[in-house]
Design a protein around this ligand. Structure first.
Ligand SMILES: NC(=O)c1ccc[n+]([C@@H]2O[C@H](COP(=O)([O-])OP(=O)(O)OC[C@H]3O[C@@H](n4cnc5c(N)ncnc54)[C@H](OP(=O)(O)O)[C@@H]3O)[C@@H](O)[C@H]2O)c1
Length: 245
C-alpha cells in the first residue's frame, strides 16, 4: 500500500441506455429511458448509498431529485441510524455568477445534504449564490473538478458508498481515473439513434488496450423487455498494481 493510495468511497455507476447504446435523445433534455420497474430498482440502489453524484450537464438538463422515493426504504435507513436521504452531489466546473437557475429539485427538494464540487474558475459570487441556495460548495481542481480529490473529500465526510448517475462525460472521467468499482446498465427495449445522442461513456475514450474491462456479475430480464446488466470492474493483477502505485 503506497503512500499515494487515496481513501475513496466504493463507487457504483448506474445508467439507463437504449438498445443502441444511447442514454438520452439528441435533444439532451433527460428523456426517460428507464422503465417503472427499473425505477424501483434504482430507488433500492439509492437507498443503499451514502451519496449520489451527477455531472454538470445532467444537473442542468434534468434538475434531478436523486432521492429515495419509497417511504419504507427511507424508514429503513432511519431505523439503521442513517440520514433519511443520501447526500446529493454535483460536479460543476464553473458555477454561474447568476446563481442556480431552476435547480429547485436538486438544491431544495426533499431535505438532504447537498454538495457541489467546483474549480478555481468559479468566482466568489458564483460560490456565494450556490451556498445561499443551500449547497456546500467545495473547490477541488483548477480547470475541471479533480475527481480523486472530490472522492477523498466525500470519504472524509463518511461517504462509504457513492452512486454515480451519469452523465457519460463524468463516467468516462471516473473510469479514466480508475475510480469506478461497479457498473449497472439497464438496457431499454428501444432505439433512438442520433450521432449526437449521448452514451454511457463520452470524453475522448480509450484505446482498446486501455478499455475498462468488466466482469459480468448478473443479468436480469424485466417483464417489460428490458435487461439489467450488472458488472464489477475487472482490475486484474496489472491494474491492481497501477492503482496502488
Ligand atoms: N439515461 C441515463 O441514465 C442518464 C443519466 C445521466 C445523464 N443522462 C443524460 O446525459 C446527458 C448529460 O451527460 P453529459 O455527458 O453531457 O454530461 P455530464 O457527465 O452530466 O456532465 C459533464 C460536465 O461536468 C463538468 N465536469 C467538471 N469536472 C469534470 C470532470 N472532472 N470530469 C468530467 N466532467 C466534469 C464538465 O463541465 P464543463 O464542460 O463546463 O467543464 C462536463 O462537461 C444528458 O442528456 C442527460 O439527460 C442520462
Amino acid at each position: 500500500m503506497g503512500m499515494s493510495e487515496r481513501q475513496r468511497p466504493h463507487v457504483v455507476v448506474n445508467m439507463a441506455m437504449t438498445a443502441d447504446g444511447k442514454v438520452d435523445t439528441m435533444a439532451r433534455r433527460g428523456a426517460r429511458i428507464s422503465s417503472e420497474a427499473d425505477g424501483r430498482r434504482v430507488d433500492r440502489l439509492r437507498a443503499q448509498m451514502d451519496a449520489v453524484m451527477v455531472g454538470a450537464r445532467t444537473l442542468l438538463a434534468e434538475d434531478p431529485r436523486l432521492t429515495v422515493r419509497s417511504a419504507e426504504l427511507v424508514a429503513e435507513r432511519q431505523r439503521l441510524g442513517r440520514p433519511a436521504q443520501p447526500t446529493r452531489v454535483a460536479v460543476v466546473s464553473v458555477l454561474p455568477n447568476s446563481g442556480p437557475a431552476s435547480l429547485g429539485r436538486f438544491l431544495r427538494g426533499t431535505p438532504a445534504r447537498v454538495i457541489v464540487f467546483t474549480t478555481e474558475r468559479t468566482t466568489p459570487e458564483g460560490r456565494r449564490r450556490f451556498v445561499e441556495g443551500g449547497a456546500d460548495v467545495v473547490v477541488a481542481g483548477s480547470e475541471r473538478v479533480d475527481l480523486a480529490v472530490a472522492l477523498e473529500h466525500l470519504a472524509g465526510l463518511g461517504v462509504d458508498r457513492l452512486l454515480v448517475e451519469g452523465g457519460g462525460t463524468l463516467v468516462e472521467a471516473l473510469l479514466r481515473g480508475r475510480l469506478v468499482d461497479e457498473v449497472q446498465l439497464y438496457v431499454a427495449p428501444m432505439i433512438v439513434g442520433g450521432i449526437d445522442a449521448p452514451t454511457p461513456a463520452e470524453g475522448d475514450g480509450f484505446t482498446i488496450e486501455a478499455a475498462t474491462r468488466l466482469a459480468l456479475v448478473d443479468v436480469t430480464r424485466g417483464d417489460e423487455g428490458g435487461v439489467l446488466l450488472r458488472y464489477v470492474v475487472d482490475r486484474g493483477p496489472h491494474a491492481r498494481e497501477e492503482q496502488t502505485r
